[in-house]
Structure formats: C-alpha cells, structure tokens
Design a protein around this ligand. Structure first.
Ligand SMILES: Cc1cc2nc3c(=O)[nH]c(=O)nc-3n(C[C@H](O)[C@H](O)[C@H](O)COP(=O)(O)OP(=O)(O)OC[C@H]3O[C@@H](n4cnc5c(N)ncnc54)[C@H](O)[C@@H]3O)c2cc1C
Length: 472
C-alpha cells in the first residue's frame, strides 16, 4: 500500500503529462539509488515533467496534499541528497526531460538553458558558437545544470572562473507553494535588493525547484599549456601556485595536487596510464594555464614559472605537454584517482576546504593524527588545492579487514573535519550536505548560522515538502 492516497497519485501523474511518470518498480530503481550505492530509498512515484508549468502544477498538488518531493537531476551527487528516504512516502521529481537550450546571446555572453540540460550539452552548445562554459567536472556527461546549481558545483577551473555561484546570472524557480519565480535576468549589475537567486543555489533542492538558468559564457581559449610537476612538498606546491598566479597575470586555470600513493594506485589499476616523470616523487601538481591569444607566449610563461620554481628549490622535475593527447594523459591520472582507490579496499572520503595558505598544514596534521588512530592507513590526499579544496581519503591498511576499516569512518571523520574546522575551513567544499552531513554540520556551524538556515527553510517551505531531511 502507498503512503500517498491513490487519488493524489493519479492527479500527479496527470499533471506530469504523457510519458511523464514512472511507477513500475524496475523502471523506478535507477532513480532511487545514488552512484556509490550508499543510499537506496523508496518512492511512491517518479515524475518526469517536460515544462516549467507542469513542474509548477505538480508542486501545487504536493503542497495541497502535503506530499514530499525529492528533486533530481543527473543523480550524480554523492551525499544522498537526490534520492528518497526508505519510507516510500516521497515522490522523485526528475528534471531530465527539461533539457532545452532556450537562448544564446553572444553579445551578452550568456546562454539560457533548462535545468535538466546535461553539463556537456551546455559545453557543446557554447563551443558551437565560439564560446566556452567553464564548469568542468568528471561527472559532466550525466550531471545537469539544475543539479550543478543546487549543489553550487565546483571542479577543475574554479581557480580562474569560480564555482556555479559565480557562473550564473539568473534562474527560474518553482517555489514550494507552486508559484513560478521567473528570475531569468542576464544582468551583470543589478542592485535592487536581496540577491534571491543565491538562496536557491547550494540549497540542494530544499527551498524550491530550479527549472532554468541564465549562465555566463566566456571566449574559448586559443592556447592551453599543461605541466606535470614534481614539487618538494605541499608547502612548495602552494608557493609555486603563488609564482604562477603572479607571473601569468591570472592565466592559471587549474592547479591540482597528486600524491605519490595516489599516482601509484592509478598506474596499478588504470590501464593505459604512465608516470610522466622518470623518477618517483612524493608530491606532484598538474598545472594548467589558458589564454585567448594564440602563439607561444603562454608556453614561455609556463616555462618561466617552472624555471623560477626550480631555482627556488620548489620544483624537482617537470614536463610540459607537447600535444593535446599528452595533456589528456596527465589529466587522466588526476581524474582516475578516486576510482583507483576502490580496488585497494575501503576508503574513507572527505571533501574539505581550508584557506589555500593552510593546505599544507592541514594535510600534515590530518595525516599525522589519522595515522596515529589507524596505524598503517594509506592517506590519499589530492585535488583542487588552487581553491584550498582537498579530497583527504584514507585507504585501508593493505592487510586490514574492509568492514573493520569502514567502521572507523566516524572516528576518522571527526579528526579530519575537526582539523579543517579549526583552520577556518569547511567540511564540504563541493558535494554539499545532503543526507550524509546534515547532522554533522550542526557541530561546525554556529547556532546563529543554523538558526538562520532553519528560518529561511521555514519561511519558504512552511509545509516542509521540499526535499525534507536534507541539509537542515
Ligand atoms: C565521478 C564524479 C565526479 C564528481 N566531481 C565533482 C566535482 O569535481 N565538483 C563538484 O562540485 N561535484 C562533483 N561531483 C558531484 C556531482 O556531480 C555534483 O554535485 C553535481 O552538481 C550534481 O548534479 P546532478 O544533476 O547529478 O544532481 P543530483 O545528484 O541529481 O542532485 C544533487 C542535489 O541537487 C538537488 N537538485 C537536483 N536538481 C535540482 C533542481 N533542478 N532544482 C533543485 N534541486 C535540484 C537534488 O535534490 C540533490 O539534493 C562528482 C560526482 C561524480 C559521480
């Protein structure tokens, strides 16, 4: 028996329109579990409306009947935010049929897209008109613009272009009472009161359903210079970043940290990968610069940065990509790092950020303290250190029992998150809170901040139908 009355379900199906609903358990299954399989829930119905008006009608029915809604995009979020709980009294509202590019304005450098548009489709549409949309993440073939906004997604080019908050100019939202707010403005300047769009960005579907957005476009790069660099240690990596930013005049687009152990895991488990450097170094960085001006200037800048790094003893060795393929090979090492940990047994994942200046201190301290609690654990600390964001993912000791190791999760996370917090950092730099960190965040935000978040939630969603049990 469904927890939602049959009459309500019938109204919801009708509102979703032809081909807009799924109630067969086998067909619903992919919408009910997320990629790591950590969370699998139940739902009374999966709805896939194809217009904003249909979304609004569905939400009106839910508001009237008190039916809880879980908004879903590509379902690539990794914190349980996009899937329902186990009770079966929620519906999943997937935006994946709303994938149109509504407009491109080349003079304003904007693109207006529907929320279910996959990120790669936005890249393609921009590139077809000689522009670039700079958000790049490994899940880009599946994740959607609505999900990217709802999680304030970051990725590889935040250092230069910012995360989703900085890349959006306007949004269209269906509010929890079913009203549509059309905030699809393409303005770079608008000082007419509260910036309402920002309330919905990073809200993980708890305040409304984003149905469309106006995004910023940029000129595509004419040249890219990519270097794989061995550095003395993490302090040296941060110092090198400083040199690169200064010397290039802001052309550094990515600056990623790769530890020896992570590189070794990738080389062992990812066919077709090779170490770009002849010797084994403890820490490496993948540095990329881009320029809109053709010619050799950018390469010369990269060489000058590396030369200064060598001179100062920060750089131990480096190789500059000679071709697009070689640059892709460097990136493959970075992108495979998370997956390559899996065959090594259990790993305890963290997605923290601290001020860039404290990254090295964080890694040193967290490594020391986690190793003291779980001797033999293998720390894989990698990621977007140009933004102060580290994936600090201890892998189990080789001979340990996986289950036992995973049972240490809370103890290890308390240490890692505690240190990040002490250093003025965040326990979730990219993936959000979802279901996974909803309780934990209350230990790290002040009572005032939590109270403000709850006030906002109550004001916008007094009936608590919008993704309840997530974030706050
Ligand atoms: C291999 C891999 C690599 C990743 N790399 C990165 C990375 O580098 N940087 C990064 O930031 N993230 C990364 N992620 C996480 C994930 O891809 C992002 O969080 C992404 O933005 C989620 O988009 P989605 O469409 O899949 O959203 P979903 O997973 O479907 O949803 C995520 C949250 O947003 C809500 N939501 C979805 N659509 C809407 C909407 N239209 N309106 C309101 N709420 C909505 C959901 O309810 C949920 O709470 C990665 C994930 C994977 C699997």
């Amino acid at each position: 028996m469904n927890a939602i009355p049959d009459l309500t379900l019938a109204r919801l199906k009708a509102a979703a329109g032809p081909n807009g609903s799924i109630d067969d358990p086998a067909d619903m299954a992919p919408y009910l579990t997320e990629p790591r399989g950590l969370y699998t829930g139940r739902a009374a119905l999966v709805l896939r409306p194809d217009t904003t008006e249909r979304v609004a009608e569905i939400v009106r029915i839910c508001a009237e009947s008190g039916t809880k809604i879980v908004p879903q995009g590509g379902n690539t979020g990794l914190v349980g935010g996009s899937v329902p709980f186990e009770g079966g009294d929620e519906i999943v509202l997937s935006l994946t049929r709303m994938r149109a590019v509504r407009a491109i304005d080349l003079e304003n450098d904007t693109i207006t897209v529907e929320a279910g548009c996959p990120l790669t489709a936005v890249h393609d549409a921009a590139e077809a008109r000689g522009r670039m949309f700079p958000l790049r993440i490994a899940s880009e073939g599946t994740c959607t613009i609505g999900g990217n906004l709802a999680t304030n997604a970051g990725g590889n080019a935040v250092l230069r272009y910012g995360n989703m908050r900085e890349l959006v100019l306007g949004i269209e939202v269906v509010l929890p009472d079913g009203r549509i707010w059309n905030g699809l403005r393409g303005l770079r300047k608008d000082n007419t009161g509260y910036d309402l769009k920002q309330i919905f960005i990073g809200a993980e579907g708890t305040l409304g359903i984003i149905t469309a957005a106006v995004l910023k476009l940029y000129p595509g790069p004419a040249v890219t210079a990519t270097a794989f660099v061995a550095v003395r240690d993490v302090h040296a990596a941060v110092a090198l970043l400083g040199i690169a930013k200064r010397e290039s005049g802001g052309q550094v687009s990515s600056f990623e940290l790769l530890p020896r152990i992570g590189i070794d895991f990738v080389l062992k488990h990812t066919p077709g990968t090779r170490d770009p450097l002849a010797e084994r170094h403890k820490w490496c960085v993948l540095m990329e610069m881009t320029s809109g001006r053709a010619g050799n200037e950018l390469r010369a800048t990269m060489e000058a940065v590396l030369a200064e790094g060598l001179e100062q003893g920060l750089v131990l060795d480096a190789v500059l990509a000679e071709s697009e393929q070689q640059a892709k090979d460097f990136w493959r090492l970075r992108e495979s790092m998370s997956d390559a940990q899996r065959p090594e047994g259990g790993s305890i994942k963290h997605d923290i950020s601290v001020p860039v200046s404290l990254i090295a201190d964080f890694i040193e301290r967290a490594t020391r303290e986690v190793e003291a609690v779980v001797p033999g654990t293998r720390i894989v600390a990698f990621g977007h250190i140009g933004d102060g964001n580290v994936h600090f993912n201890p892998s189990q000791p080789p001979d340990a029992d996986k289950q036992w190791f995973l049972e240490q999760w809370d103890k290890v996370s308390d240490i890692v998150h505690g240190i990040a917090h002490e250093l003025g950092g965040s326990i979730s730099a990219e993936h959000g809170l979802g279901r996974m960190k909803r309780e934990e965040i209350t230990h790290y935000k002040s009572a005032v901040e939590i109270d403000l978040m709850r006030t906002l939630k109550s004001a916008l969603d007094p009936k608590r139908i919008m993704n309840p049990g997530k974030v706050v």
